[in-house]
Write a protein that binds this ligand. Structure first.
Ligand SMILES: *Cc1c(COP(=O)(O)O)cnc(C)c1O
Length: 408
């Protein structure tokens, strides 16, 4: 750090002015290119976290930058009182890429899930008795921070102090084939699940679990709603993570994070018959379908469907998993390495319990950015188009960080 560095001052301001709900690393990130990112003091990091699965095509991707600038010079915002071409095209392309027939745009994952929850309730209110409004979610899930989505998030630590919480949510153990059979009932209007739990520690659904849910939802006339906000958009090695399982067509799917390639957007996808519940005036978002963001998202959606990109996700995911396994064999670090594609969690051994935060900070000091998912899991979400060279360099830095980490 040079003596004229502005970083310490800025960091102090950030710590002083922000509401203290975050604890950012004490660096100021300044610019990026591909899988690399630089701080204000010129330190170069390898980014294996992509802003939590958002910058999935890396930083400053030329095609994304072009799409942004081109649209920025035309039109920024219209509200939902008018159509714009980028949002219409994006909706069409999302429909073509998925099971869906209709799309609702908003600005974040929480809002997309909020829309899904409201849709489920409204749909049920049109077709079923008043006691069929219950929504089932799963332990360890994460669905957002609004009051309804945080209630859907079946982890008590996110609820504390925000009571009274909205009613009508029921929690079920994740991947428990029998528990869900006894939890679901004629009162259930929807089941909401992440095909791969993200914040909960990178936990994929067990083989057959989504199919089991599909059958139970059909039997009980409940909607199957998939939260693909973190695991979707090719992160898992398929465009949508539920496509790993045969015969699972959801009724609703939510997207956000990577959809905008780094710009804020959320989307809720569904079938026409279900969408019909959200009549004019029932729901909305001022910025939803913003033409600048939609223009960028169209490029992202096209790119994540390219076979070469999906191949790269699977190939580099295997390299990363194998590397973590070998590292763990020599250093005795992890009890499990799990995930799919480039969404990988490494579960810390008991000797390292609660140390995920300290380890990710130690990695940061070794110039590689990784994430945690809870106190005991290191989480890796590299750019989907990461090159052999960048991944190798990132892993080299990870090795030197993990080899020098000491518990106290
Ligand atoms: C991040 C995330 C959300 C919330 O998205 P925001 O954009 O932060 O509101 C919801 N569900 C899952 C699975 C997520 O990973």
């Amino acid at each position: 750090m040079n003596s004229e560095s502005q970083s310490p001052d800025l960091i102090k301001k950030g710590q002083g002015y922000y509401v203290p709900n975050y604890k950012p690393r004490e660096i100021i990130l300044d610019h990026g290119k591909g899988a690399r990112i630089w701080d204000l003091d010129g330190n170069e990091y390898i980014d294996l976290g992509t802003g939590i699965s958002v910058n999935s095509l890396g930083h400053q991707d030329p095609e994304l930058v072009d799409a942004l600038i081109t649209q920025a010079k035309r039109l920024w915002h219209t509200s939902n009182i008018y159509f714009t071409e980028p949002a219409i095209r994006l909706a069409e392309e999302l429909v073509q890429a998925s099971f869906a027939e209709r799309v609702y745009f908003c600005n974040s994952g929480g809002e997309a899930n909020e829309a899904a929850i409201k849709l489920a309730r409204k749909h049920s209110s049109r077709h079923f008795p008043a006691d069929k409004r219950e929504i089932i979610t799963f332990k360890g899930s994460f669905h957002g921070r609004t009051l309804a989505t945080v209630t859907a998030t079946a982890q008590p630590k996110y609820h504390e102090g925000f009571e009274p919480l909205p009613g009508g949510f029921t929690y079920c153990p994740f991947n428990d084939f029998e528990a869900i059979e006894t939890t679901i009932s004629e009162k259930t209007c929807a089941v909401l699940i992440e095909p791969i739990q993200g914040e909960g520690g990178i936990v994929p659904t067990a083989p057959g679990f989504l199919k089991h849910l599909r059958e139970l939802c059909d039997r009980h006339q409940a909607l199957l709603m998939l939260d693909e906000i973190q695991c979707g958009m090719a992160r898992s090695g398929r465009v949508f993570a539920h496509q790993w399982e045969q015969g699972v067509t959801p009724d609703v799917m939510t997207l956000a994070k990577a959809l905008g390639g780094g710009l804020p957007i959320g989307a809720m996808l569904t079938k026409s018959k279900i969408a019909a519940a959200l009549k004019v005036g029932t729901h909305g978002s001022t910025f939803g379908g913003n033409p600048v963001v939609a223009s960028v998202a169209r490029v992202v959606l096209r790119r994540v469907q390219q076979p070469e990109l999906l191949d790269n996700v699977r190939k580099q995911g295997a390299v990363l998993q194998e590397h973590l396994k070998q590292l763990s064999e020599s250093l005795d670090l992890f009890k499990e390495i799990r995930g799919r594609g480039l969404m990988i969690g490494a579960v810390l051994n008991d000797t390292l319990e609660g140390k995920a935060g300290k380890i990710t900070e130690h990695c940061r000091a070794h110039l590689v950015l990784v994430l945690q998912a809870g106190p005991n899991v290191l989480r890796f979400l590299p750019p989907l188009n990461i090159t052999d060279e960048d991944l190798e360099e990132g892993l080299k830095r990870l090795d030197s960080a993990l080899r020098t980490f000491s518990v106290d």
